[in-house]
Design a protein around this ligand. Sequence first.
Ligand code: NDP
Length: 331
Amino acid sequence: IPYQPDPARYDGQMPYHRCGRSGLDLPAISLGLWQNFGGTDVFETGRAILRRAFDRGVTHFDLANNYGPPFGSAEENFGRIMAADFAAHRDELVISSKAGWDMWPGPYGGPSGSRKYVIASCDQSLKRMGLDYVDIFYSHRVDESTPLEETMGALAHLHAQGKALYVGISSYSPELTRAAAAILAEHKVPLLIHQPSYSLLNRWIEGGLLDTLADLGTGCIAFSPLAQGMLTDKYLTGVPEGARVTKGRSLKEGFLTDENMARIRTLADIAAARGQSLAQMAIAWVLRDSRVTSALIGARNVEQLDNSLDAVKRLDFAEEELSAIEAATAE
Ligand code: NDP
């Protein structure tokens, strides 16, 4: 049966936030395809997650050249799902991709910020996804060995060609963010968005980046707001089968220190008192700052997605809750 999205998907269940000083709105919660959508994952599970997300008002899907594994396979799978399920809904979607990390062999395949790599990588991503353009194309990381002018010039070129409607950067320092925005401005290209990591357990953007973004009029989409699953109840009673920690790639068992587990337990109690899951509170918490446009989550199945999206049912925090959270996460 062809996919028919829920006609009630825009009936107020998902808030949309303006991205910096632009004309573009993003859903409060966006979905990333870094993990769980690759060639080694079950295709129909990923497809069900994407459909469910769209049914619940998630209009932004985030990818990158090397999401998988293997590299490129998340974009390939997304391209299949795009063609099968979302072709009629392209203009309801904000689709992003990135280049910066390892991608193909040889001197031009990354990690890099060269014009050669960034432009070729965007073209490859468009082919894999079967798209004419992405809505946002990112420089995925700072490449200290490439002049910033060259990397930003490549983004501006993709923007001028219409292959990227908007451009963004990920994990740049406040200083380099300011410099990147200034170079893009010379090309008459606004810096739409920055994609940094941000969660209850990782608060580096509070040390200047958020202020810089507000000043520049650049939006902020916070990746890994669940700290890759640590900010859920899954590790409270051991390590469950299939959890990301067991894959040993990006989330190492070493992160589950006694210190972190003690913090997570206290946070879970605060969440319970709010009538939320810890995942829901962790998402609501990154969104408490109006400078954060969207929380960029991952999900391994539809149940997790549903649980996380229910965060929007309680986004407000009482002062006492915020101070209890501060105390629980202080060094
Ligand atoms: P999260 O912090 O949201 O972690 C997602 C993981 O948490 C899931 O895969 C699952 O892990 C677990 N989980 C999610 N929801 C629940 C729930 N309700 N209950 C219990 N467990 C849950 O984000 P990710 O680390 O996946 O990153 C999200 C996106 O951010 C990526 O897809 C990507 O688009 C972007 N990103 C960007 C980076 C960059 O450099 N720009 C770097 C990293 C991510 P499990 O499998 O253990 O169940």
